[in-house]
Design a protein around this ligand. Sequence first.
Ligand SMILES: [Mg+2]
Length: 127
Amino acid sequence: MEKKILVVDDEDYQRELMQKLLSKLGYNVSVVESAEAAFSLLERERFPVIITDLIMLEMDGLEFCQKIRESDDKTVVIALTGHADLYEPEKIRAAGFDDHLSKPFRIETIKQALIDGFEVFQRRVKT
Ligand SMILES: [Mg+2]
């Protein structure tokens, strides 16, 4: 399986950081600055794992994930936020997220979340 990850974040710094970090971990990373940009990319490309910021202008991460779930229950979608307190865990789960990480995060945490995420995706596409 291709180790492709899509990162959605409206902050330049955060996109650069994720691009560097996840590439170092051996993943093939694409980054976009908005949910809208993500959807246009998703029309052409499939990603087993998507990591998205929650607080973004226009469409926020919750709405983004809900929209993905309307047609896709296989992709693993992980929320990444620096304001975990603004979003109740139940709300994040209810939006259809598989996992939730807070910024700043430990490299080990994201490493494990991605290993788990790709395993979950693989199980989902098999069944
Ligand atoms: Mg943001």
